[in-house]
Write a protein that binds this ligand. Structure first.
Ligand code: HEM
Length: 206
C-alpha cells in the first residue's frame, strides 16, 4: 500500500491510478505541504491582500458583465449598438477575469485540501464551467450574427436567454464563493450522506 500514501507516492514520482477523486485529494494534500502553500496560508497579510484583490476584481469583471447582459435584455443602453457596448467593455472584462482566476487559484493553493472538499467551492467550479459554456455558445451562435440585431433595443430571444443565464450563474458563483468560508459542511464533521458524497469526504485525509 506504499503508493497509497500521498506525499510518499508523489515523492517517488509514482502517481496511484486509484480513483481520480482519491488521486486529486492526494494531490491537494501534497500541495498543502509545499513551501508556497504554507507561506501563503500562514502569512499575516498576503492571504487577505489576495482575497481583497479577488473581491475587488469581481466588481470590475461581474459589474461590466452585468451591464452587457442587461443590454441584451433591453434593460439599459437600448439606443447603443450591442457590438459597441461589447467592444468597449470586453477588454476590461477579460483583464478582470484573468486576475480573478489567478487570485482564485492562489486562494485555493493556500488551503487546497479544505477547498477541494468544500461543497460550495465544488458548486462554484461547476457553475464557472457552465458560465464559460454559456459565453462560448453565445459567441459561437448568437454574436456571430450581431449585425442583424445590433441596433435593436431588445436582442433576439437566444441572446436574451444567454444574458439571463449569465446573470443568474454569476450571482450564484458570487454567493457560493462567499459561502466557502463557512465550515457547516466540512468533512471533519459528521455529514449527511448526500453532503459527504458531494464533498468527496471518503477521500478526505483523516
Ligand atoms: C472568475 C470568477 C470568480 C468569481 C466571480 C469568484 C468570486 C468569489 C467570491 C465572491 C468569494 C468570496 C470572497 C469573500 O468571502 O471575501 C470567493 C472566494 C473564493 N474563491 Fe473565488 N471567484 C472566482 C474564481 C475563482 C477561482 C477560479 C478559484 C480557484 C480556482 C476561486 C477560489 C476561491 C476560494 C478558495 C475562495 C475562498 C476564500 C476564503 O473564503 O477564504 N475563485 N470567490
Amino acid at each position: 500500500m506504499a503508493h497509497e500514501s500521498s506525499t510518499g507516492a508523489l515523492d517517488k514520482g509514482h502517481i496511484p491510478r486509484k480513483s481520480t477523486r482519491v488521486f486529486l485529494s492526494h494531490f491537494c494534500e501534497w500541495l498543502a505541504t509545499t513551501q508556497g502553500s504554507i507561506a501563503l496560508h500562514e502569512s499575516l497579510y498576503m492571504y487577505p491582500v489576495v482575497e481583497s484583490i479577488h473581491v475587488l476584481t469581481l466588481c470590475v469583471f461581474i459589474g461590466l458583465a452585468a451591464i452587457l447582459d442587461l443590454r441584451l435584455l433591453g434593460l439599459t443602453l437600448r439606443r447603443v449598438p450591442f457590438s459597441e457596448v461589447a467592444a468597449r467593455l470586453l477588454p476590461f472584462m477579460a483583464g478582470g477575469f484573468l486576475v480573478m482566476i489567478v487570485t482564485g487559484a492562489l486562494l485555493f493553493y493556500a488551503i487546497p485540501v479544505r477547498s477541494f472538499h468544500n461543497v460550495f467551492f465544488r458548486a462554484k467550479m461547476i457553475m464557472l464551467a457552465l458560465a464559460g459554456l454559456n459565453a462560448w455558445v453565445f459567441h459561437r451562435r448568437v454574436y456571430r450574427r450581431v449585425l442583424e440585431w445590433d441596433l435593436d433595443p431588445i436582442a433576439p430571444r437566444a441572446a436574451r436567454v444567454g444574458g439571463a443565464v449569465s446573470l443568474v450563474l454569476w450571482a450564484a458563483i458570487i454567493v457560493s464563493g462567499r459561502m466557502i468560508a463557512y465550515n457547516w459542511f466540512d468533512c471533519d464533521k459528521p455529514q449527511p450522506r448526500a453532503i459527504s458524497w458531494i464533498a468527496g469526504c471518503d477521500a478526505y485525509p483523516r
